[in-house]
Design a protein around this ligand. Sequence first.
Ligand code: FAD
Length: 286
Amino acid sequence: MKITEIINSTRPSLSFEVFPPKTSDSYESVIENALKIAELSPSYMSVTYGAGGGTSQYTAEIASTIKSAGVTPLAHLTCYSSTREKVRSVLSDLRQRGIENILALRGDAPADFDISRAEYRYASELISEIRAAGDFCIGGACYPEGHPESPSGTADIEALKIKVLAGCEFLTTQMFFDNSILYNFLYRLYRAGISVPVVAGIMPVTSAAQIKRIASISGNVLPQRFVRLIDRYGDSPLAMKQAGIAYATEQIIDLYANGINAVHVYSMNKPDVAAAIRANLSEIIA
Ligand code: FAD
């Protein structure tokens, strides 16, 4: 099934993300966790793609396993440090496996990568290529707080327009911890004439170390309410996990209540976290 058919439905959708292992040693445990998440019957499941190609070989395999478990997969694909030849080969593999949905991303260049030799500059170039390659449903990334490299929010939205014109049919947001940031961003998209559906990306923060890492990379704004929670529970792993799941659940309920029907949870290969969130929403997305 195409992701756009799922997220355009009037029924709220809830999807989860998994990421491939860095080495083959942990492949089996990733598959095991992905299958446990699939048992929760999410609307779909996404599988990330290693920017440097390190774990890219597993993305299609994990997406196929998810499909065999009866859940629609969304395979991520990055291009910055890739070649056109490699992209063509991944697309052919995905087509053969019957994977219809791709989240097309630029990715980030590895430290040793010579950007002057890049065959792609932006995700929109990858999107055009996927569009020409066949009947894939294509999504892209967006950043309610702005992409870290963007000179301004306006420039970022102009770049999104190009992405949508290239064939991007839906957008998934970077995580955010204050829903008003998303509502403001959606208004700016509307003003810019961008009308593709937007899936809200929610990260349940289950450890203090995790949020320090995330905030230093993405530059997310952390609301006082959220900072207080980390101050109070950051040193108690079980309490932090419970509080992080409760915070994410509250964000999701507020999104649904305000008409945002599609929510994607960055579940980080943690079936217990995905299950707790699903259980908290049992009557809401019954
Ligand atoms: P782009 O859309 O190409 O944007 C990159 C920058 O260039 C932005 O600043 C944008 O404003 C600017 N820009 C874009 N087009 C133009 C243009 N035509 N002219 C001028 N400026 C332009 N990374 C991975 O490695 N693997 C993953 O699986 C992965 N999944 C992700 C999923 C989501 C939902 C999100 C939000 C991010 C994900 N990332 C992933 C991270 C992503 O690869 C990085 O954030 C990367 O820096 C940007 O990718 P992009 O596709 O948004 O790039």
